[in-house]
Ligand binder design. Sequence first.
Ligand code: ADP
Ligand code: MG
Length: 597
Amino acid sequence: MSDIIQLLPDHVANQIAAGEVVQRPASVVKELLENAIDAGATIIKLLVKDAGKTLVQVIDNGCGMSNTDARMSFERHATSKINKAEDLFNLQTKGFRGEALASIAAIAHVELKTKQESDEIGTQIIIEGSKVIHQDPVATPTGTSIAVKNLFYNIPARRNFLKSDTVETRHIIDEMQRIALAHPSITFFMYHNDNEVYHLPASNLKKRIIAIFGKKTNEKLVPIHEETELLTIDGFVAKPEFAKKKRGEQFFFVNNRFIKSAYLNHAVKMAFEGLISNAHHPTYFLFLNVPTDSIDINIHPTKTEIKFDNEQSLYAIIRATVKHSLGQYNVAPILDFNRDSSMDTPYKYKDIKPSKEPSVKVDRSFNPFKSQDTPSWESLYTGIENNPTSTEIEHIESSPETSLFTSDAEVSNAKTQQLHNKYVVSAIKSGMVFIHQARAHQRILYEEFLTKMTVGEAVSQTLLFPIKLQFDSSDLMLLKNLQEDLESSGFQFDGISDENIVIKGIPSQIEESQLSRIFEDLIAAEKEEIPDTSFSHIDYMAKTLAKSTAIRVGQSLNNKEQEELVDSLFSCKEPNTSPFGQACFTTLTLEEIDNRL
Ligand code: ADP
Ligand code: MG
């Protein structure tokens, strides 16, 4: 049989490649605007006709091209921006693939006029479906003008696939806005069917946002700024009262390139937690700057998705920074920072008086990523001053006082009593002790989990039927990161896919029925600002597991359970407080009782 493999002609290959780069007129707008920016233009004009179906033209005052370069620019993989693979990791330009012009020229009628400053005369090139029709000298100002007409004229299927003019125009405006926001120092004009849509003079970011979204925006903006080793964040968020029902103005730029990231969007949303309802979406314009070698923008042809080296830390920093700024600008008067404050300083029990938290508590200096004093493992268990230690609590004995709390039906020689399904009460040598059952149990479980997870001797019970839990993909991503720690605490998985997690073994302390709650709590905790050390992660998990599995207020306990609770609490290393810093018990001395009588 004869050979059948042949190379595709260039214009066919270009048409195929074009499908990746150019989905709709807005893709052409994006590519041409980016080229103008890469060319160092300070004034850029965008002209659009019929939602870009008839014309997309970009005129810039950038560096222009030589006669030869003008011709070369339409070749596939022709680029002036990189020349070796390593350059990909240190990109300073928007483009780098050298595909855009070749792709566009394959599926439209293109007219290029360009001139360099140093040249007297410029070059004009007319290309139709990859075929050069003309290349002539032309009188034209320094810079480049590229007109793209009749997009998809030779691919009717594509052309028919385009949406209404309203929809396609919306896409074009989206691209225009993204680029204009990322480059406030460049002047932009946009015309649609000869009507001016934008005239955006060179300015700063705040003025650019106002120029695009209207004067009213001015009062809405809260500035954001944070510098850490991993990244710097700048930009604005809109105050919570301006959050939208529809997902509207949400802009993330990484190294000045617009990106979409459901994950990072979630970080911002979580910073607004408690300030806006779940049905609302915060408005934000956030610019992240990260070292170019910590991202990979090469994973998607149209480059709106990128891969970060340390996405989890970025999530935490973004969330903390936005939250902090909202607090600082006093737009968050009733923020509940309770949870954070207890989570942030888990081991400073000495300093925590179980007093009431003030209702507004914004830790302005809090930054989980600046150096933090991570406590040593041993310091976890240092004693607590000014508090009764377990030795002061005498062996529990039956006494007349306790029987006061006994209902007639119960046996009166019980060592402990339950009060209102909330406290376990017991006589001690000096008087009485009131133990908060929920907090005490949290403390007991927390220490158990922590020890097992650290020492790695968790006991796992295998489930007869593996349990499948569904979460959205960003939540599953968080769980995936916890997989190892979860396994060391006694969980066994059959896999974590894009849609669900299959659990086949669980720690011996917990029950199947608690699983979905535990995982929801774990995800919620993971979305808090967890300092990025493996210790803090284990600690968080131990706390979360303890919290979601502990006995609750309202639960009735039999005598055996009450006694176990008391005994276990006082064999804890730090029985005084719950893992969240709340007092586990209080005592009433005989003297105090005497004084009252
Ligand atoms: P890329 O931007 O990935 O390099 P393009 O196909 O978009 O690929 O452009 C190819 C080359 O044409 C660019 O590398 C650049 O040298 C040149 N070029 C394109 N547009 C312009 C412009 N507006 N001004 C100056 N040079 C341009
Ligand atoms: Mg380009």
